[in-house]
Design a protein around this ligand. Structure first.
Ligand SMILES: Nc1ncnc2c1ncn2[C@@H]1O[C@H](COP(=O)(O)OP(=O)(O)OP(=O)(O)O)[C@@H](O)[C@H]1O
Length: 264
C-alpha cells in the first residue's frame, strides 16, 4: 500500500508493502578523498538475517549509519521499509532500532530509567509491561535498579539489546552485538536474536567480526572491502566458491587478496 507522506511535508509516497526491508542503490560516502563507501547496491529481504563482513575500515559502520539516516550519503539512495532515508526517516524510525556495545547509555541512570527514557522516545504502549517482559526475557531483573555505569560488559550488552528491542522493531541493525562477551553469554544473546526474528518475522542486518556468529545466524553474507562489495551470497555458496569450510578462512582469503580462483 502506498500512502502520501504528509507528516514530514514531503510529496513522496511511502510504500509500506515494499518487499525489501532495506534497498541500497549506488551508495557512496566520501570523507574528503577517502571513499569510505564506494558505490554499493543491495536489497535485504524482510525476515532475513544478513551479515555485513569486512576488515577494519571496510565501510560497514558507515553503511549502517547511512541506512539509519544518521550519516548523509555523498550520492546514491537508501530506502528502509519502503521509506526514503533520511527524507522520510520520521515515518520509519519507530519501526527500526539499533544496537552497538560501543554506544554507552547515560551511566548514572538505572537500567529501568534508561529503558523508560528510550521507551518514551518510541511512545511504547504499556511501557512498564514491556520493560518487565524484556527484563524477564533477557534476565535483567537482578540489576534493573542498578546504575547503568555499574554493570559488567555482559550485563551492559543485555541491556543494550533490551533497549534495541524496546519498540519491537521490524528492522534491527546490529554492530558487533556480542563483542567482548564470554562464549556462553554470546551464545545466549544469539539464541535470543534468533527467537526474536522468528517470532516477529523481523529483519536483522549485523556487522560482525565473529565468523562463527555469522555462520550460525545469517542466511546471507555481504563481504565488504575498501568500501566496495567483494561478495554477496548465502554462507553455503560463499564457502563453495572459495573452496573453504569456514567463513574465517574466506575472510582471510578476502583480506589477504587471495581471490576465489586462487583459494585452494
Ligand atoms: N566520521 C568520519 N570521518 C572521517 N573518516 C571516517 C569517519 N568515519 C569513518 N571514516 C573512515 O571511513 C572508512 C570506513 O570506516 P567504517 O567505520 O565504516 O569501517 P568499518 O568497516 O565499520 O570498520 P571497523 O571494523 O574497524 O569498525 C575508514 O577509512 C574510516 O577511517
Amino acid at each position: 500500500m502506498a500512502i502520501e507522506d504528509t507528516k514530514s511535508g514531503h510529496a513522496a509516497t511511502v510504500d509500506r508493502s515494499a518487499s525489501a526491508a532495506i534497498d541500497v542503490a549506488h551508495l557512496v560516502k566520501l570523507y574528503k578523498t577517502n571513499r569510505a563507501v564506494d558505490d554499493i547496491s543491495f536489497k535485504i529481504a524482510r525476515g532475513s538475517v544478513t551479515g555485513l563482513l569486512g576488515g577494519n575500515g571496510a565501510g560497514k559502520t558507515t553503511t549502517i549509519a547511512m541506512i539509519m539516516g544518521l550519516t548523509l550519503p555523498t550520492s546514491g539512495k537508501v530506502s528502509v521499509l519502503g521509506c526514503a532515508m533520511p527524507a522520510q526517516s520520521a515515518e520509519v524510525l519507530g519501526r527500526m532500532n539499533f544496537e552497538s556495545p560501543y554506544v554507552d547509555m547515560p551511566m548514572r541512570l538505572t537500567v529501568r530509567q534508561n529503558l523508560t527514557v528510550f521507551g518514551k522516545l518510541y511512545a511504547v504502549p504499556d511501557l512498564k509491561g514491556r520493560i518487565a517482559q524484556l527484563a524477564e526475557d533477557l534476565d535483567l531483573k537482578d540489576f534493573l535498579d542498578r546504575a547503568s555505569g555499574k554493570l559488567s560488559a555482559g550485563q551492559k550488552t543485555r541491556v543494550a539489546l533490551a533497549k534495541a528491542l524496546i519498540n519491537a522493531p521490524e528492522l534491527l541493525l546490529l554492530d558487533e552485538p556480542t563483542a567482548s562477551l564470554d562464549p556462553d553469554t554470546a551464545d545466549w544473546i544469539r539464541q535470543h536474536l534468533e527467537t526474536y526474528r522468528r517470532s516477529q518475522n523481523a529483519t536483522i542486518l549485523l556487522a560482525s567480526h565473529n565468523m562463527l556468529e555469522v555462520e550460525r545466524l545469517c542466511d546471507r553474507v555481504i563481504i565488504m572491502k575498501k568500501g566496495r562489495i567483494e561478495d554477496d551470497d548465502s554462507p553455503e555458496q560463499i564457502l563453495l566458491r572459495y573452496n573453504r569450510t569456514t567463513l574465517e578462512d574466506v575472510f582471510l582469503d578476502v583480506a589477504r587478496g587471495r581471490d576465489r580462483e586462487q583459494a585452494p
